[in-house]
Design a binder for this molecule. Structure first.
Ligand code: ADP
Ligand code: MG
Length: 694
């Protein structure tokens, strides 16, 4: 690799490139439009487009694409070349402002949840100038938002952008009252991405992995993660080379890949970038996932992003580190050193606490998927109950504010909102609580429930919006007050009293917590259908429509898409399981039974040779084989029932209550067979092969 400085951002049309390549007036016009949210005029767009094209062609690009994030969860693109006829049989290269600003992909094949009939195929992609264009695969990529002819969002970016603005709007109302002149508030996000790497040859032999991204069968290996010898362990050469390669490719795209380490489970790893604005972080995370999969292939590996590729082994999540910051980089969740800042910090902190408590269901919904259901609550990931970890120190401070008593833990200097001097938190001084779904980690919150394969746009759209709403409620009160410090104290105190039930610093994996959470009246939504049932609750519709994040129709369409995707996933898993059972496992077990039958015959020819255990094993095989047939039939009929459901809500409940249990039963039998059947008869690689095969 060339040196990092030359590599970093070399494929990005970033601010430095713009300053160098755009005429000063164009550069200024672009900046002004970005700062004020006004659309770009066509003349400026033409100049920008042309400069982008020249730059891209110099870097070897031949095509451009509008890059967008439909509701499939992966990104979409359609490539056009830069060529245009010159009239004399030759071509020139061309890229016009209108091609930069707007695209019209045929959108009928993307999920719209009923927003758009298939005959009305038109969808629009609109340039998002707040996320830099970049070059990948000889193509200039232009980040865009994707919406319907009628302006309804069909993607994950549009609502995220709306929510960033909503939060900024409300936060600024408060900051103004406190004499802060920030122009804009951004939400910052640093997603930690977990993943598995397995050998590609072995992967290709597992139909379940190829089709569904996870194993549907597999007995427990003799060694799993119980030795705890993988976490932060030495990185194997092949994996190390992959990680280096990944860093280099990400750096070229301006992604600040920073941390890499082995995770808890064998073959599990993590990569994390340095945080950035939520919109860019979401774009970068999509690019990162894409690059992770593609580069794995080059190294003879496969990168599994599924939330639960292996039963009994930790699944993968995406820890979403989140905070709010002024455009000049002042973190609003930094406890700070001065009293006035502390009061402001406490108010913003209380807004987050109130938001998480008031909108628990929405946070749960934002991470709901068939894959993530296997992870949440599975004694390795946060439970499906939402609570917040603040650490002892901060909790004590909040408690003392509520009691109006002095906080004695630290220095005693009273400040204007009636609390004692708040210590400046060293970033790592808060205790680690790995079991909390939503933990304060010094100067940011870490939302740990998102699944590894998900776009972070959904969870951040919810987070931004719910915090915007609480800030709005605070601002409404503060704007009518003639005693801002006094009113702030009251707001902080009341928020703590009203929402302290959401704070829990103990072990979230324990059974006692579930019972305690119930006593506290916290919502417990273990499955995706449970969670989705709340999406259209009145308060959620009011929230999203008030802040103009989604219209009611957009919400309905999203609910439809989420339910459908849940059912489709389970249907595909069921069909794959049945196929593997019938065509691979049953025949393999049969072959082994025949071989054992031969052994039995041979041994029984020897007078006095004991054959009991052999015949016992044959009987066991017979019983399990028969069960396999029976349970595969049962699974087939359960899967066939999916189509008969009247609507998507009942369909998803049916999948959860009838199809998943049938899959679980079949798996138990197959895994028992795997423990008996001879290795050379077993039709695909085992957990040991997959987890320790790299
Ligand atoms: P951990 O020990 O949990 O891995 P790190 O300190 O390494 O924590 O940070 C994890 C992620 O949090 C990184 O992506 C980091 O850039 C991000 N992060 C740090 N500060 C902020 C912030 N203010 N807003 C959002 N993300 C942040
Ligand atoms: Mg972390």
């Amino acid at each position: 690799m060339k040196n990092i400085k030359d590599t970093f951002g070399s494929m990005v049309f970033n601010d430095a490139v713009m300053q160098e390549r755009l005429p000063r007036s164009t550069y200024k016009a672009l900046k002004t439009c970005l700062a004020s949210d006004t659309p770009l005029d066509i003349d400026t767009a033409n100049v920008v487009a042309n400069a982008m094209k020249d730059w891209a062609i110099e870097k070897g690009a031949t095509h451009f694409t509008h890059w967008f994030q439909p509701m499939t969860g992966v990104t979409a693109e359609k490539h056009d070349s830069f060529i245009a006829p010159s009239g004399d049989g030759t071509v020139i290269t061309e890229f016009k402002g209108k091609e930069l600003i707007k695209g019209e992909p045929d959108a009928s094949s993307f999920p719209s949840g009923g927003l758009r009939a298939t005959f009305e195929a038109r969808g629009y992609t609109a340039w998002d100038p707040s996320s830099y264009a970049f070059i990948k695969d000889d193509t200039l990529y232009i980040p865009t938002a994707f919406c319907s002819y009628g302006g309804q969002a069909l993607d994950k970016k549009t609502p995220l952008l709306r929510s960033i603005q909503a939060l900024s709007r409300q936060a600024l109302r408060i900051l103004r009252l406190l004499g802060n002149n920030a122009d804009n508030i951004i939400t910052t996000v640093g997603p930690e991405q977990e993943y598995f790497l397995i050998d590609r040859e072995l992967y290709l032999k597992r139909r379940d992995l190829v089709i569904t991204g996870k194993t549907l069968f597999g007995a427990r290996p003799p060694k799993g993660q119980e030795m705890d010898d993988h976490y932060f362990g030495a990185i194997k050469t092949r994996v190390h080379e992959y990680m280096r390669d990944l860093d280099e490719e990400l750096w070229k795209l301006g992604i600040q890949a920073k941390t890499e380490h082995n995770e808890v489970a064998p073959a599990q790893h993590e990569t994390a970038p340095i945080f950035t604005g939520a919109n860019i972080a979401a774009d970068h995370n999509q690019l990162t996932m894409d690059m992770m999969k593609r580069l794995a292939r080059k190294h003879g590996l496969v990168c599994l992003l599924h939330e639960k590729p292996f039963a009994g082994i930790n699944g993968s999540g995406k820890h979403n580190n989140w905070s709010m910051s002024t455009n000049t980089g002042v973190n609003l969740l930094e406890p700070g050193k001065t009293p006035a800042e502390n009061a402001q910090f406490l108010l913003f902190l209380c807004a987050v606490i109130a938001a998480v408590d008031d909108y628990q269901e929405l946070l749960r919904i934002s991470v709901a998927s068939a894959g993530n259901d296997h992870r949440l609550g599975a004694n390795e990931a946060p439970p499906a109950v939402i609570s917040m970890f603040l650490g002892d120190e901060l909790t004590e401070i909040l408690e003392s504010i509520e009691r109006e008593s002095s906080y004695s833990g630290r220095k005693k200097a009273l400040f204007e909102v009636g609390v004692h001097y708040l210590p400046a938190f060293a970033k790592d001084s808060t205790d680690r609580n790995r079991t909390s779904p939503f933990a304060f980690t010094g100067n940011k919150f870490e939302f740990r429930m998102p699944g590894s394969s998900m776009s972070v746009s959904g969870p951040n759209t919810v987070l931004n919006t719910i915090v915007a709403e609480e800030l709005c409620r605070f601002a409404d009160v503060l704007e009518c007050s003639d005693d801002i410090p006094g009113t702030m104290t009251t707001l902080i105190k009341n928020s703590i009293s009203a929402h302290k039930r959401i704070i829990f610093n103990g072990n979230n994996y324990s059974e006692e917590w579930r019972a305690e959470a119930k006593r506290r009246g916290l919502s417990d939504l273990p499955s995706t259908p449970d969670a989705l049932a709340h999406f259209l609750d009145r308060k959620n519709v009011d929230l999203f429509t008030k802040h103009m994040i989604y219209t009611k129709e957009e919400m309905q369409s999203r609910l439809e898409i989420l339910s459908e995707s849940y059912c489709k996933t389970i249907n595909i898993e069921a069909l794959t399981m049945s196929d593997m059972a019938r065509k691979q496992i049953i025949p393999a077990a049969g072959d082994y039974a025949s071989a054992l039958g031969k052994t039995y015959k041979a041994v029984s020819l020897c007078p006095g040779a004991p054959c009991r255990r052999i015949s016992d094993t044959l009987v066991k095989l017979g019983v399990l084989l028969d069960k396999m047939y029976e349970q595969t039939d049962a699974l087939d009929s359960a899967a066939a029932g999916i189509k008969a459901c009247a609507d998507s809500a009942s369909m998803s409940r049916y999948c959860r209550d009838s199809v998943i249990p049938a899959m679980n039963k079949l798996r138990i039998t197959a895994d028992m067979l795997e423990m008996i059947v001879g290795e050379k008869y077993w039709p695909f690689p085992t957990y040991s092969d997959l987890l320790f095969g790299v």
